[in-house]
Design a protein around this ligand. Structure first.
Ligand code: WTA
Length: 659
């Protein structure tokens, strides 16, 4: 593996790590998954997955567990019919659990709402009736551009109920990012809100939708939830208030069974090129695996647990571990609208104490932020209800893992470091809290039913203590079914690297330790991971060069103690702009804002460096490795393959930077 960010540092770090933490006897005795679970899955993988699928309600039984005849396009539970929303909602009401709270929703300003399964059923039915009244029919796409409010969950489930694949676009994305996603999926309806609460004030959402929709002819209607109370422009031809259209609907609706392979959602994620990929997920296999993993990895006991996943619904973690997994399992969960430091840095712990949260699933970047804010803050709350902690999104460094276990989990809770991707749909590699002797910083083993390996360039498995590429060598139920509208890109991106072996290439570097446990080492492609968000270097580069002052740009992810990686851009300015001495820092601020408006604030470079040249090989490829050395303030590595080896000196001596 070459040109790989942070791998050296990560390796040094984890070679020192030898602590292990077995589950307590008490935990192990009551755990949902045991060592036996691995044995059963190993004995017959397909029979194991069929058992997991049986825990859902099927209207028609499947004929075949896995049809892989058209690989890499899988069909799981082929021939079976089910309704995803029925499974997540109605089924629990029918079983007599209608009074159980499904969602303890907590608004950022402090308002709250408890929604039982019976109420959720009524809300989802009303929303489904409203969407039908707009003329939407099975197969039509709906874009959702919304924050963490109950209506977002109602809309997703209403779409699932009607067989309308949804495309949730993170509410922090720009109007341009929204437009391109609406356009790619040809969405007919957009559901949004007037504005969202962010750090104590209202950030408008509707203007971005207005801009996007003006250039997205597929959109016929925009449904708007009133939440921020801010003024909005109104297009009488398309816009309709949620309270006007949803509240007058009947709360009865009969869910129609869908084919197991009916598309459930599209979720866009960054790839190695500038154009985001619409990852396609379908119904039966996806729901089977998110429910199974949620039950086993978090040891969920629906009668007694209060679960909280802090992700945003705009990312896959929110889809799988706020909406579909927990609700399929009849869980009681917390959904929080706001930021972790509003109105104070103890907000998460206040919520854990208030609801008696037992399972808490978050991102390493947030754990590191909490560490920075100080251990005294969580120490002043009662966190004794917690019994399982989990992380996802990026490698967790052992220090952060230990802090999480000790300061948040009181030194008693298992910590599960879960590896997966938008493409995998559900957790793939993770400890099981009642079985695994956990190790700080390692995701450890593929879950029962999952197979993963670390291989070398030729696809041969590497030995213990060795590193290579992570691959998935057996199909899994929640696997993506393709890239929306681009079968060729699907084959090429994931299945061409090890085509002769039929391995799925995850794009991550990994290593086995001496116990054959897996340690994830970060991306091996040009995808950065900033606070657990995937952003491609190419995407940011093309945003930069679309600015009139920029002639050329190269972007790297430099390691960052809080966000994992930070975006550092190197730009060559156009003649006129380059001469602008005093207005330089204003120009750089303008560039950062330009990236935010092209992609979204999460893609704003941490730092922009103005350079006279970029280091290129003779074939014209930018050597990001060298730029990363500059960004991380290291001595610059081997420059012998550069077309002009003096470029790096030129760069280092003439830096003008704006952070
Ligand atoms: C990274 C998020 C190390 C990885 C669910 C992967 C991780 C990408 C972990 C997917 C982990 C996720 N340890 N790295 N536990 N979890 N990643 O699609 O690089 O937003 O390929 O899905 O995040 O990010 P995505």
């Amino acid at each position: 593996m070459t040109d790989h960010p942070g791998q050296g540092a990560a390796l040094d770090n984890l070679l020192d790590e030898s602590r292990t933490f077995p589950p307590s006897q008490e935990f192990a005795a009551h755990a949902n998954a045991t060592a036996e679970t691995y044995a059963r899955a190993n004995a017959d993988r397909e029979a194991f997955w069929a058992d997991q699928a049986q825990m859902l309600h099927w209207d028609t039984a499947w004929d075949q567990v896995l049809d892989w005849s058209d690989a890499p396009f899988a069909r799981w539970f082929a021939g079976g019919d089910l309704n995803v929303a029925y499974n997540c909602v109605d089924r629990h009401v029918a079983a007599g659990n209608g009074d159980r709270v499904a969602i303890h929703w907590e608004g950022e300003p402090g308002d709250s709402r408890a929604i039982t399964y019976a109420e959720l059923q009524r809300e989802v039915c009303r929303t489904a009736n409203a969407l039908s009244s707009l003329g939407l029919a099975k197969g039509d796409r709906v874009a959702i551009y919304m924050q963490m409010i109950p209506e977002t969950v109602f809309t997703m489930l209403a779409c699932a109920r009607l067989g309308l694949p949804h495309s949730v676009v993170f509410a922090g994305f720009s109007s341009e990012a929204l437009r391109s996603r609406i356009d790619d999926a040809q969405a007919r309806v957009v559901v949004t809100a007037d504005g969202q609460f962010r750090r104590g004030s209202v950030a408008p959402l509707k203007p971005a939708v207005d801009e996007a929709v003006a250039q997205a002819p597929s959109v016929e209607h925009v449904v708007v939830v009133r939440r921020g109370g801010n003024e909005v422009a109104w297009n009488t031809g398309t816009d309709v208030w949620w309270h006007d259209i949803v509240e007058r609907q009947s709360d009865q609706h009969t869910a129609e069974p869908m084919d197991s392979e009916h598309p459930l959602f599209i979720l866009y994620t960054s790839g190695t090129t500038g154009k985001p990929k619409g990852i396609l997920h379908t119904s039966g296999g996806y729901l089977t695996q998110v429910a199974y993993t949620h039950r086993t990895v978090f040891d969920l006991k629906p009668e007694s647990d209060v679960y909280w996943c802090t992700a945003d619904i705009g990312w896959v973690t929110g889809h799988s571990y706020i909406v579909y997994g927990p609700l399929a399992n009849g869980a009681t969960q917390v959904v929080y609208e706001g930021t972790p430091n509003t109105p104070h840095q103890g907000r998460h712990w206040e919520i854990v104490q208030k609801y008696g949260v037992t399972v808490y699933y978050t991102a390493p970047t947030l754990v590191r932020t909490f560490m920075k804010w100080g251990g005294d803050i969580p120490a002043s709350y009662d966190l004794s209800s917690l019994r399982v902690l989990g992380t996802v999104g990026e490698p967790i460094n052992p220090e952060a893992w230990m802090w999480f276990r000790d300061r948040i989990g009181g030194g008693r809770t298992p910590v599960v470091d879960t590896w997966w991707q938008t493409e995998t749909g559900a957790i793939m590699i993770s400890p099981l809290p009642g079985v695994t002797h956990t190790k700080p910083g390692s995701a450890q083993r593929p879950l029962p039913g999952i197979s993963a390996r670390v291989v070398d360039d030729n696809g041969a498995e590497v030995g213990r203590g060795e590193g290579g590429y992570l691959v998935l060598d057996e199909p899994w139920p929640a696997m993506l079914r393709g890239i929306w509208g681009d079968d060729e890109r699907y084959r090429k991106t994931y299945w061409s690297t090890f085509a002769d072996r039929g391995f799925y290439f995850a794009g991550d570097g990994a290593k086995y330790d001496e116990d054959a446990d897996i340690w994830l080492l970060g991306r091996v492609d040009d995808v950065m991971n900033v606070s657990g968000h995937r952003i491609s270097t190419t995407e940011v580069e093309s945003a930069l060069v679309s600015h009139r002052d920029v002639a050329e740009a190269a972007v790297v992810g430099a390691s960052d103690s809080v966000t994992g990686q930070g975006i550092v851009a190197f730009v060559i300015l156009n003649g006129d702009a380059a001469g602008d001495g005093d207005s330089g820092s204003a120009a750089l601020a303008d560039l950062r804002d330009h990236v935010a408006s092209e992609i979204g604030p999460i893609a704003k470079p941490r730092q922009i460096m103005v350079v006279p040249e970029l280091p290129k090989t003779r074939s014209g490829k930018i050597m990001r490795r060298l730029l990363r050395d500059v960004a991380e303030d290291r001595e610059v590595g081997d420059v012998s393959t550069l077309a002009d080896s003096s470029v790096m000196e030129l760069i280092s001596s003439g830096l003008r930077t704006g952070a």
